[in-house]
Design a protein around this ligand. Structure first.
Ligand SMILES: Nc1ncnc2c1ncn2[C@@H]1O[C@H](COP(=O)(O)OP(=O)(O)OP(=O)(O)O)[C@@H](O)[C@H]1O
Ligand SMILES: [Mg+2]
Length: 211
């Protein structure tokens, strides 16, 4: 049986995660691999309920940063246990739209909860599920938000309605994560065309993984 492969996509709003995940799944399917596309927060029925609280519920409008990080961690624990680990054990390729690096960047740095709570909660929730490869799509927040608003019109969720400085902090935090863990996290410039970016993603995948 093939060995499971766990790939995560990270980056700010509108940087192209969802678009390129679909393309990457097709690439793996072309190689005869079974793929599971999933997302955070979410991926299981319970985690999707938590997603709704985090992103859409009106009661979340005054959510404290501590509540926020705990809900993200709760959603992740269920996702890892119920979906990610079983799929990897069955030899599948699991591609997740965001994973724990988003918690480090958004809650740890941009919400200023600090590295200690984040490190502990990330490892508690992920329980050894470490991505084999993380693609960090790097794009200026201004460009990312412009792409997302062309896509959505005016609608945006709670995490997508912060000030520009918040997303600048998120971008800086993601780049720092890549600097700290260059073996796992590959930075891909997402400012070019979709085709250019996708080619870079495939190169990173082929370089890092035995596919
Ligand atoms: N290289 C590109 N050039 C121009 N537009 C792009 C490029 N890549 C993606 N897009 C478009 O930008 C928009 C945002 O892309 P996408 O939805 O994949 O981003 P995302 O990272 O998943 O965003 P979110 O964080 O909101 O989920 C989409 O309309 C997509 O078609
Ligand atoms: Mg998306």
């Amino acid at each position: 049986m093939d060995k499971g492969i766990f790939i995560t996509f990270e980056g700010g709003e509108g940087c192209g995660k969802s678009s390129h995940i679909k393309g990457l799944a097709q690439y793996f399917e072309g190689l005869g691999r079974e793929c599971v596309i999933t997302r955070e927060p979410g991926g299981t029925a319970l985690s999707e309920k938590i997603r709704d609280i985090l992103l859409h519920a009106k009661e979340g409008s005054d959510m404290s940063p501590k509540t926020e990080i705990l809900l993200f961690a709760a959603a992740r624990a269920q996702h890892v246990e119920q979906l990610i680990k079983p799929a990897l054990a069955q030899g599948k390729v699991v591609i997740s739209d965001r994973f724990y690096d988003s918690t480090t960047a958004y809650q740890g740095v941009a919400r200023k909860l600090g590295p200690y709570a984040v490190k502990w909660l990330n490892s508690f929730a992920a329980e050894g599920a470490t991505p084999d490869l993380t693609i960090l799509l790097d794009l200026s927040p201004r460009e990312g938000l412009a792409r997302a608003s062309t896509r959505d019109g005016e609608a945006s969720d709670r995490m997508g309605s912060q000030a520009l400085e918040f997303y600048e902090a998120v971008r800086g935090a993601f780049l720092q994560i890549a600097k700290d863990d260059p073996e796992r996290v590959k930075v891909v410039d997402s400012s070019g065309t979709k085709e250019e970016t996708f080619e870079k993603i495939i190169s990173a995948v082929e370089e890092k993984l035995d596919v």
